[in-house]
Design a protein around this ligand. Sequence first.
Ligand code: MN
Length: 251
Amino acid sequence: MSNKSDRRNFLKNTVKGTVALGIGMSSISSFAESCTSTQRVISPYKTGFEQQPLPYAFNALEDVIDATTMEIHYTKHAATYSKNLKEAVTAEKIDAKNSVEDVLANISKYSAKMRNNGGGHYNHEMFWQCMRPKQNENKSAGKLMNAIEKNFTSFTNFKTQLSDAGKNRFGSGWVWLYADKNKKLSIGSTPNQDNPLMDVSEIKGFPLLGLDVWEHAYYLKYQNKRADYIENWWNVINWNYVQQRFDNLAG
Ligand code: MN
């Protein structure tokens, strides 16, 4: 991480997540090894059921995402997913020490409420972290950039493919850069609040970067112009965070 505040936010959230689960920082590196082959969790990242603080002010991404959209998105849409997920967790007797990742890996065993809100909560917790204030020439770097170039020929091709996946998602959903156990990268899209961690998903793997293409994510500023929202979003991707998710993949 090159940026102190990024590192602070990353550590803050990592510590919160692990403390909430009752495990110490020292056990993170051994977590991956402890997973059995029947679990599809391939990263030590663990997400709790509580909504975490937004890592920046509502207006911090103003050029790309207006403050009103950010505030409604975080305090209404995303907060409701977390609230409804906790209701479902209680009703369906899931141990609160489980992570959202554990639940999503077995989501076919639970209700539609669990699926919609478990996915909604996870996706948004990740989405906020995947962004930061606008940067010029905003690109991946290092090992992740090498992997992107290996998998997609060039960063430009990667950007085009991911953007196209967003433009072509019919209705509401998400677009993902995700990885398999061998760190092979893929681009894909899921409907509604599904994601590649779910056992019911057509695309499966560990999400590194997610883009929300629901209309609630952009409609106030961009109206029907989803393509413009996607193009601008590239300027606020927090590549340090995406790189951390990639670095922490098991395997
Ligand atoms: Mn959303």
